[in-house]
Design a protein around this ligand. Structure first.
Ligand SMILES: [Zn+2]
Ligand SMILES: [Zn+2]
Length: 336
């Protein structure tokens, strides 16, 4: 079967690999139809994805069809030919986090396409429980569920209330996925970025207010009051450090973007304000179910997300251009 392998940074190859269709009792065999490309894939391609080993088959945002069932899989719950989105976080089920239902941050988490071979191929097997089905959505829509799940989980962590004033820092795909869910909770959503084009996209598509992070800008000239909740989706050390200065007293900060080094906050300020600081990692199964429901209801419209498309056989021609800021990629989707 066809596959694309990232042999080493900056070097993809097409590979014909043997398909092994033997299934464990709890597994299903998936035919891959659409693959979303995200920051993780770009980082892996550039060689700056931490904990990453090569060669690796990428692909963790998947719109799939069930084509075979393991002997223990309930055929009524997982009918053949049904469409689904893959929750790519393979958890151990026995560690302390898993026992508490926090499978998104399992101690030995294996993410498809990151720690283990992903979906840039024709067929893939996964545990049936990792496939979230929809009768309504297309494969392309289903390939976007995982990206949305990152924002959905972060918003769930923050427990936003209607009176909260939310600031989302960074209007890339992760920031946008936060916007999608934050706006369901409060009317007061502001997005901050350095890039006016991204902000225009947010205003036009989400009706949120925007803050252009120009040199020496004053946040309170854009927002009536300090934000009570900040999501940092930049992964930028300085931005993350500064959130404690920006947040309102008693506010909450959620780090959605990941920075590899240390962050520094001044404890006296952190204490004085009684700040709650949390990380958000991956997402939970219920996030996938919720997103699929909201997409089916039309509350989330992913059509504006997809800016670039390519066929599987042509992906290599396009991938490098998607890395360039001038291509203005929000989401590129590969079809197979
Ligand atoms: Zn992703
Ligand atoms: Zn675990």
């Amino acid at each position: 079967m066809k596959s694309i392998l990232l042999e080493k940074p900056y070097h993809f190859t097409y590979k014909d690999i043997e398909s092994d269709e033997s299934l464990a009792p709890d597994q299903v065999l998936l035919k891959i139809h659409n693959i979303g490309i995200c920051g993780t894939d770009y980082h892996a391609f550039r060689g700056n994805q931490p904990f990453f080993s090569y060669p690796r088959r990428l692909g963790h945002e998947l719109g799939v069809e069930i084509v075979a069932l393991g002997s223990g899989v309930d055929a009524e719950k997982y009918p053949l030919s049904s469409r689904g989105s893959v929750e790519p976080y393979l958890h151990c089920g026995v560690c302390q986090a898993c026992r508490r239902g926090k499978t998104n941050c399992c101690e030995s988490l294996q993410v498809l396409g990151v720690h283990t071979e992903g979906g840039m191929t024709e067929f893939l097997k996964v545990p049936a429980a990792k496939v979230h089905l929809s009768k309504k959505l297309t494969f392309e829509q289903l390939a976007l569920v995982e990206t949305l799940a990152i924002g959905c989980h972060a918003v769930d962590r923050a427990k936003i209330e209607a009176h909260d004033s939310v600031l989302i820092i960074g209007a890339g795909p992760i920031g946008l996925s936060v916007v999608e869910f934050a706006r369901m909770k409060t009317a007061s959503v502001f997005v901050l970025d350095r890039d006016e084009n991204r902000l225009t996209f947010c205003r036009n598509n989400y009706g949120v207010q925007t803050v252009l992070a120009a040199e020496g800008f004053d946040l309170l000239s854009f927002m009536p009051e300090k934000p009570t909740i900040i999501f940092d989706a930049t992964g930028n050390e300085q931005s993350m450090n500064d959130t404690v200065k920006t947040i309102a007293h008693s506010g909450k900060i959620v780090f959605v973007g990941l920075h590899q080094g240390f962050i520094q906050i001044k404890d006296s300020e952190f204490h004085r304000k009684e700040v709650t600081l949390m990380a958000s990692r991956n997402a939970l199964p219920q996030d996938f179910e919720f997103i699929i429901q909201k997409m089916e209801e039309g509350v989330i419209d992913t059509s504006k997300w997809i800016t670039h498309r390519a066929d599987f056989d042509d992906m290599l021609q396009h991938f490098e251009t998607w890395l360039k800021p001038e291509s203005r990629v929000i989401k590129a989707v590969v079809q197979l």
